[in-house]
Write a protein that binds this ligand. Structure first.
Ligand SMILES: Nc1nc2c(c(=O)[nH]1)N[C@H]1C(S)=C(S)[C@@H](COP(=O)(O)OP(=O)(O)OC[C@H]3O[C@@H](n4cnc5c(N)ncnc54)[C@H](O)[C@@H]3O)O[C@H]1N2
Ligand code: MOO
Ligand SMILES: [Mg+2]
Length: 610
């Protein structure tokens, strides 16, 4: 038999919890190895959960080299036995006669074989056979079908030459029997993240450079609005000011009159309607800053340039001395001086939410720009909410708060926060629900290599495209970016500082891009700063938290303590992420005095002036 891969899938709640209890899976691996030359075997264990069984089967069916899957367990009558139910929907063709051969083989040994409901069939170019769960049963079932397997595989693959060869063997032509030689390798890979071969214990995701990941993100994320175009197109529906407004607290009058004594004929406060009364040259109105000039006045003399001469019996000013000559237009803001009807509201693009919202407010508009909807998800069965009592083995959840605050800091809303335990089903359900309303999910945790790191499998299950599963950076290596149509998922690593760094470097630019920002503005601003400490370089390019001191105008960076990615304290006083290159044989450390690029994390980024 030519080199093919067998998949042995143990389906059992018990074995999933305690893989050492699995006897039938390893037995099948041995039997395959003893029977078929050149056979590779991969093995896995899943609980009696229909979806998890199907997910594993689908993954294996999709592999070109994997031609036979033998499942063991979950074929009986117990309520949790669902292997046939999980297998059947995946089959394109059922093979009831194979199931019959298996049943007959086992029935010769025991009547109890009648209590197995296993099915057999073909999915793609893969043959799937359900065997019962005991070591004895799998041995009997395997013996019943093993000599049929090579031929079945060749027929499924339409491999004509090999089919002829087997036919010749069956008819007695002397060729080497396909079923009597020893397997080349028998590799067992019980974890969930690898692709199934020998290298399976490594992540199947290539480690991409930071810049490549950013390009992928910009190429993938669609803009929810073209903010710049939208802003550029907007013209003002109103004049600012909409009336001739006083620039000072003082007296409004006619500039054709002279300085000297004038009668105060009224008071005009901000908010009053423009006063249409006739105004003589020796009269004036007392007026406040921002109030509309009386229709017949054309200038304002500030209160400092006047002297009060008299009050009437009610205590109101009645006579003032104007000490300077009135000048036409003095301290008057003309209609539309700041912004005229039909002027562009935004003379050039500026996506800052402060700018956008306040300028629109100034012309009586609300922002109609659609902003991306973002939800924050934290995964981890160990997580306690801030108000919870401490519990052994648990830790307080900091990522939810941190990521929500970061969104708010950068002017985006967080629609929802959700905390999930490390469960495939819970994660799947949460993502399905969230993506009904949000555009982005920023998740933390569960993206690395642990058997409870379910985020990537759930994304695959939900048919998201995984654009990136690892980045060549420290911290943040397992950063994951996935999309399905116009829904985007960031799987930030669970270590709090890794989540912090990857939010700034990847999630924020993506959200800004979606919100319509200019591409060059989506990433954090980068400055050149001088490093004060000597630092060993890591194998991966590193983003080191540093505080910035301005010394005689020169920006200098001080590292903020231990840089381990679990130590959230390293964000205290962190003004920048200093970009350190990966170590090479020529360069093993960053020396004090060297200048490096640094991404600015916060507006108040200079901690100290010296
Ligand atoms: N075999 C390997 N193991 C790990 C690798 C690797 O390449 N191979 N990568 C390591 C790196 S680098 C990182 S970073 C972490 C990322 O792990 P996950 O994203 O899978 O996150 P978890 O395992 O769920 O948690 C990691 C760590 O962070 C704590 N955590 C998680 N969520 C929160 C939260 N909301 N608030 C506070 N702390 C949180 C969690 O308790 C763990 O201590 O994987 C390495 N492993
Ligand atoms: O990359 Mo991890 O993010 O080193 O801690
Ligand atoms: Mg993990």
């Amino acid at each position: 038999m030519e080199a093919i891969t067998f998949g042995v899938l143990t389906i059992s709640d018990t074995c999933y919890q305690a893989p050492a209890k699995d006897k039938s899976g390893p037995k099948l691996v041995r039997l395959i190895g003893e029977t078929f030359q050149n056979a590779e075997v991969i093995a896995s264990i899943v609980p009696d959960e229909q979806e998890l069984i199907q997910r594993e089967l689908r993954k294996w069916i999709a592999r070109e080299d994997l031609r036979v899957i033998l499942t063991t367990g979950g074929t009986g009558f117990a309520p949790r036995d669902v292997t046939p139910e999980a297998t059947k929907p995946l089959l394109e063709k059922e093979c009831p006669q194979l199931a019959l051969v298996i049943a007959l083989g086992s029935l010769q040994k025991t009547k109890f074989a009648a209590l197995s409901r296993g099915v057999c069939g073909i999915a793609g170019n893969t043959l799937i056979l359900n065997f019962p769960g005991s070591e004895k049963a799998v041995t009997e079932c395997f013996e019943a079908v093993s000599e049929l397997l090579p031929h079945a595989v060749h027929l499924i693959g339409d491999e004509v030459a090999l089919v002829r060869k087997i036919h010749a063997e069956v008819q007695g032509t002397p060729t080497q029997s396909a079923s009597t030689v020893i397997a080349r390798t028998a590799h067992v890979c019980p974890h969930k993240t690898g692709a199934g071969s020998d290298s399976d214990r490594n992540s199947p995701f290539p480690m991409l450079p930071v810049q490549e990941v950013l390009s992928i993100i910009f190429d993938t994320v669609k803009r929810t609005s073209d903010l710049e175009k939208l802003l550029w197109q907007q013209t003002s529906p109103v004049n600012i000011p909409p009336f001739r407004a006083s620039i000072k607290d003082g007296y409004a009058m006619k500039s054709t009159g002279f300085s000297g004594t004038k009668r105060v004929v009224g008071y005009i406060a901000a908010g009053s309607a423009p006063n249409p009364s006739p105004l003589a040259e020796d009269e004036c109105f007392k007026i406040n800053t921002g109030a509309p000039l009386p229709l017949e006045a054309d200038c304002v003399v500030q209160v400092e340039d006047t002297k009060l001469l008299q009050r009437d019996k009610h205590g109101q000013e009645s006579l003032v001395d104007i000490l300077v000559e009135p000048q036409a237009g003095l301290d008057v803001r003309a209609i539309g001086h700041d912004l005229s009807t039909q002027d562009r509201i935004f003379p050039f693009p500026d996506a800052s939410p402060v700018v956008v919202k306040s300028l629109l407010a100034s012309v009586g508009k609300r922002s109609s720009v659609r902003r991306p909807k973002v939800a924050i998800v934290s995964t981890g069965s160990e997580l306690l909410a801030p108000h919870d009592q401490p519990v052994a083995g648990k830790i307080y959840d900091s990522n939810t708060t941190m990521l929500e605050e970061l969104l708010l800091y950068f002017g985006f809303d967080c629609i929802q926060t959700t905390v999930l335990s490390d469960s495939f089903d819970e994660t799947k359900l949460a993502l399905v629900n969230l993506f009904e309303t949000v555009d982005f999910v920023i998740c933390s945790g569960g993206v690395s290599m642990g058997d409870k790191d379910f985020v990537k499998p759930v994304l695959e299950h939900l048919q998201f495209k995984l654009h990136c599963g690892r980045v060549n950076m420290k911290p943040g290596k397992p950063m994951t970016f996935a999309s399905r149509e116009q829904k985007y998922f960031f799987g930030l690593p669970g270590n709090p500082v890794s989540a912090f760094v990857t939010f700034h470097l990847f999630a924020l630019p993506a959200i800004r891009w979606a919100a319509g920002w200019d591409r060059s503005k989506c990433t954090l601003p980068v400055l050149q700063v001088k490093l004060l400490n000597e630092l060993p370089l890591d194998g991966r390019p590193e983003y080191v938290r540093a505080s910035v001191v301005s010394k005689n105008g020169e920006l200098q960076a001080r590292i903020v303590g231990d840089q381990i990615s679990s130590r959230l304290q390293s964000i205290v006083g962190a003004d920048v992420l200093l970009h350190l290159p990966g170590r090479t044989s020529e360069r093993t450390s960053a020396r004090a005095g060297e200048v490096f690029s640094a991404s600015v994390l916060r507006y108040d980024f200079i901690s100290k002036y010296e």
